[in-house]
Design a protein around this ligand. Structure first.
Ligand code: SF4
Ligand code: SF4
Length: 366
């Protein structure tokens, strides 16, 4: 465990590592750093650790793993970085090198094994369409549910299905497997991740689907940003907030103050900021009031990057701080099952607004 590693992936981002001036501007935003407090837990520290691994100056010991795996991949540091360093790419490159050298966190090993065995990180034996009771069929629109909504937060999947039904959409569920996001975030080799991409794309294409709708920000980001790097999709990709903004359903009134939490995967990673706000501002009598940190500057919920599974207490503490920022609102809306779950965990024991996904609120008012 205390040996140096071959850092093939870090070699490819060497220029990024050499560009960091260690100015520390990233300190003001990094969510785990604000909790942990050590320089090793901010982007600048992770640059030092990654460089040390690359140069074989430091071994891949447990503390190095811990700090490299505490990054939620929220991308907020990249916004602040004057040198425009691709911090997330560096962190994920380091993780791929650590995994290739046999260093994987125990919780992540379980997840990777479950995906290999069952096609989902929860180890569930039933397919997503079987779980939700909708057999896939030929249709123009497909709904990619995502593993968390299908197996752990069914209310989100049910709300999305209900919306599609109420809007009279001709849609189908898909023979989906994990989108690969969690594996890519924790450093599983690209070949294994891309096998999932190919399975998903071919099963979607077989159904003649022209547009796929996503209620999970993480799955959406994969199809929007990552899959097209290697595959020709042949279908349109839309987050459910974009779909709703386009369809403009007539919603009933909501008497209260709404605030919106931008999921990092949807916001900073995919620049989808307007669509969810267009939907929320279309609700009669509701007041949409922003938290001080919103859109590009939105604080992370702490749930991403494999942090929730490996360091649940850290993840929860980060979420708690975000929930406090929303204390003025009656309802805190987001657009990702991971954010919903993590923000709810962070809200435990606090004065907090109701926390729901956009699809749940829309379904309620439709
Ligand atoms: S802001 Fe950028 S250049 Fe400055 S220390 Fe952080 S990663 Fe390095
Ligand atoms: S991506 Fe987020 S968690 Fe990771 S180093 Fe940057 S600010 Fe910190």
């Amino acid at each position: 465990m205390n040996e140096t590693i071959e850092a093939e992936n870090l070699r490819k981002v060497r220029k990024e590592l050499m560009t960091c001036t260690y100015c520390g501007f990233c300190k003001s935003v990094c969510p785990p750093f604000q909790k942990v407090g050590w320089d090793s837990s901010v982007a600048r520290g992770r640059m030092v650790l990654a460089y040390g691994l690359l140069q074989k100056d430091i071994p891949a010991d447990p503390s190095v793993l811990e700090y490299l795996y505490q990054c939620t991949t929220c991308k907020d540091c990249e916004r602040r970085c004057p040198s425009k360093i691709s911090v997330v790419e560096v962190v994920e490159s380091a993780r791929r090198d650590l995994v290739a050298a046999g260093h994987m966190l125990p919780r992540h090993k379980v997840i990777a094994k479950r995906v290999a065995q069952t096609g989902n990180p929860y180890g569930e034996g039933r397919s997503v369409p079987d779980t939700l009771g909708h057999a896939p069929r030929k249709a123009k629109v497909g709904y990619f549910v995502g593993c968390t909504a299908a197996y752990r937060d069914r209310a989100l999947a049910d709300a999305t299905l209900s919306i599609l039904d109420k809007l009279g959409e001709d849609y189908t569920l898909l023979n989906e497997v994990c989108c690969g996001s969690v594996l890519q975030r924790i450093g599983v080799p690209d070949e294994r991740v891309e096998r999932l991409w190919k399975r998903n794309v071919s099963s979607i294409q077989e159904l003649g689907v022209e547009k796929v709708i996503f209620s999970c920000a993480g799955c959406y980001r994969m199809f929007k940003e990552e899959y097209p790097k290697r595959l020709d999709l042949g279908f349109e990709v839309q987050h459910v907030s974009e779909y709703l903004a386009e369809r403009r359903p007539d919603l009933g009134p909501y008497e209260g103050t709404i605030t919106y939490h931008d999921p990092c995967h949807l916001g900073r990673h995919c620049q989808v900021y307007d669509a969810p706000r267009e939907v929320l501002t279309s609700i009669p009598r509701a007041e949409l009031r922003e938290m001080p940190r919103n859109r590009e500057t939105a604080a992370c919920c702490g749930g991403g990057g494999g942090v929730r599974s490996a360091y649940p207490e850290l993840s929860k503490a980060i979420a708690g701080r975000r929930v406090d920022e929303a204390a003025f609102a009656d309802i805190m809306v987001t657009a990702c099952p991971f954010c919903v779950n993590n923000l709810k965990a962070g809200a435990e024991g606090r004065e907090a607004p109701e926390i729901v996904d956009l699809v749940q609120l829309v379904d309620r008012l439709l």
